[in-house]
Ligand binder design. Structure first.
Ligand code: C2O
Ligand code: CU
Length: 560
């Protein structure tokens, strides 16, 4: 359906409220021109900016009684970004960078991430207390380092997070997870990629300049260039500007070679259906939990919030100056605007037109076919000793989304004791999750585990999902069956006493915040208390590991 400019403004300004105040589910293919209130001269136009990669975060090499570790420090702070022409956009971001700096570590590296909350006491635009909780999405972290929503760090405090990094190579991301304001905090800029590498991944996939992070998000702007926010009565926020690594619809120059793209959909609600303008294949090689057993070429694919897909594009057959667009064909229950069908552009250039490859760069001479298996992809239905069934729903009475009739409020009211299941350590379970509604899709995230999608509506998972996952897109009227193993922590710097409570939630962040989140436990419910066992502390600038006084000269610009 096409909507007039006037209706479009209503859509953006008032949310999808009908005359009686009832929430109207979004129709499929709903379209409007724009929602930002920017003057024409400030409205970004596609393909006018240059593609950039986020900075790589330096670290300091440290040592404790368990051996060496890397200390990474990020400061959550206000900064000014230049996203739209001619205007500044206030952002609240890790080290002021949108997206935040990429962390790159090899498997087996112990990492302590120090998060310093130097944000204003209240979010200047949205008004909520600017507490934060940092989740490393894709990491089997202990509960007290997993960004539990109520384990908050207040402005003026800091918290140290230990990450074990024993899992296979993968693209993770760290983002804010503060209770009930995750959407606003992540949207304001608190999101970044984290790359875990290992020998198999280095051997099989392009590296260095040919290994490209693509964090895609959408945004809407007020007339003064600040980020606007409207979650349409918690259905979701649909911006009219598509950003790649913080820039609107950028152009990336590429050599005629095979490139690897680590694509993260960091939109707080929008889902994507990506495709190249010339119909050339996107060769899928990795999903949320790392390498797929086999490469899967697809022409287009569906990509929900928080999912990570890594694909290869072969530019080698194209003549210099060939231009190929990465397009977004959209999915039901998104709101599309004039340019939300575009993401970015690749411009093939002669090799000599770009700097020589940096040290450690590697491309491939041919597309890979067989990759490597994983624990998750080896799981079968018959290994399962536990089963969980979940319904994803929304209540018209409360205007809240829920998981099998309960919300995070219910978890809080239970003194954090309410759990969906207590899995035994190393137990395999099959979870069946259904979304009977036609009005919403839900990208569901299960913390801690990698899972295998056994089926969707009784059929095999899509080709692009044939790898280890931690988010599953549960579309309208879909039911998925997942197999997962509740492997406990190994190492990580602090403790062998693993287990405890982990969140499960929709990764449409307005849904998560209102209030589609619950938890499960592994081993015991009351161990590694996620709130009490490693709380934040006042940030005096002095820390018990001696940093920054003892900042080591080993600080490296690149975590390899
Ligand atoms: Cu990416 Cu619980 O979140
Ligand atoms: Cu949802």
């Amino acid at each position: 359906m096409q909507v007039s400019r006037r209706e479009a403004l209503t859509l953006g300004g008032l949310g999808l409220l009908g005359a009686g105040g009832l929430l109207v589910p979004l129709g499929s293919g709903l379209q409007a021109k724009s929602v930002s209130k920017l003057a024409v001269r400030n409205m970004p136009v596609p393909f006018a900016t240059t593609f950039v990669r986020p900075p790589v975060l330096p670290f300091t090499l440290m040592e404790d009684s368990n051996g060496p570790y890397r200390l990474y420090t990020v400061t959550e702070q206000r900064a000014t970004a230049r996203i739209v022409p001619g205007l500044d956009t206030p952002v609240y971001a890790y080290n002021g960078s949108v997206p935040g700096p990429t962390i790159r570590v090899n498997q087996g590296t112990r990492v302590k991430l120090r998060v310093r909350n130097q944000l204003p006491a209240y979010h200047p635009a949205f008004g909520h207390p600017f507490n934060t909780s940092t989740h490393l999405h894709g990491s089997a972290s202990l509960p007290q380092y997993d960004g539990y929503a109520d384990d908050v760090t207040h402005p003026g405090d800091f918290k140290d997070y230990w990450y074990p990094n024993w899992q296979p190579a993968r693209t993770l991301w760290y983002h804010d997870h503060n209770v009930h304001t995750t959407a606003q905090n992540a949207y304001s800029g608190l999101a970044a990629q984290y790359h875990l590498t290992d020998a198999a991944e280095r051997d099989l996939l392009p590296q260095g300049v040919y290994d490209v992070p693509l964090t895609i998000s959408d945004a809407m702007f007020a007339a003064d260039g600040s980020l606007a926010y409207d979650d349409n009565s918690h259905s979701g926020l649909w911006g009219d500007v598509i950003l790649v690594n913080g820039r609107p619809w950028p152009v990336m120059k590429v050599k005629p070679k095979i490139y690897r793209f680590r694509v993260l959909n960091a939109s707080i609600a929008r889902s994507l259906r990506l495709r190249l303008s010339n119909g050339a294949p996107l060769v899928m090689v990795a999903t949320d939990g790392g390498l797929m057993p086999k490469a899967q070429p697809v022409v287009e694919y569906r990509h929900g919030g928080a999912e990570r897909y890594e694909f290869l594009i072969d530019f080698s057959a194209y003549k210099p100056d060939t231009v190929i667009e990465l397009k977004n064909l959209s999915n039901p229950n998104n709101v599309d605007y004039d340019n939300t069908n575009k993401v970015m552009r690749f411009q093939v250039v002669d090799e000599s037109a770009l700097p020589p490859d940096s040290a450690g760069s590697k491309t491939l001479s041919a597309m890979p076919t067989t990759l490597v298996g994983s624990d998750a992809m080896g799981l079968t239905e018959s290994m399962a000793t536990g089963r969980v069934s979940i319904r994803l729903q929304r209540s018209d009475v409360t205007n809240l989304f829920n998981i099998s009739d309960k919300t995070w409020h219910d978890v809080v009211d239970s003194g954090y004791q309410d759990v969906l299941t207590v899995a035994k350590p190393d137990e395999v379970q099959v979870w069946e999750i259904e979304n009977r509604s036609g009005g919403w899709f839900h990208p569901l995230h299960i913390h801690l585990v990698d899972f295998k999608i056994l089926s969707r509506n009784g059929r095999p998972a899509f080709a692009w999902e044939q790898g280890p996952k931690d988010v599953v897109y549960i579309g309208e009227n879909e039911t998925v069956r997942l197999a997962m193993k509740f492997t406990l922590q190994k190492g990580g710097g602090a403790t062998a006493n693993a287990g405890g409570r982990y969140m499960i939630h929709c990764h449409n962040l307005p849904h998560e915040d209102h209030d589609m989140m619950r938890q499960f436990a592994v081993g015991q419910v009351n161990v590694n208390d996620p709130i009490a066992s490693a709380p934040c502390a006042p940030d005096t600038g002095e820390y018990d590991d001696g940093w920054p006084a003892g900042t080591s000269p080993d600080a490296s610009p690149d975590g390899t």
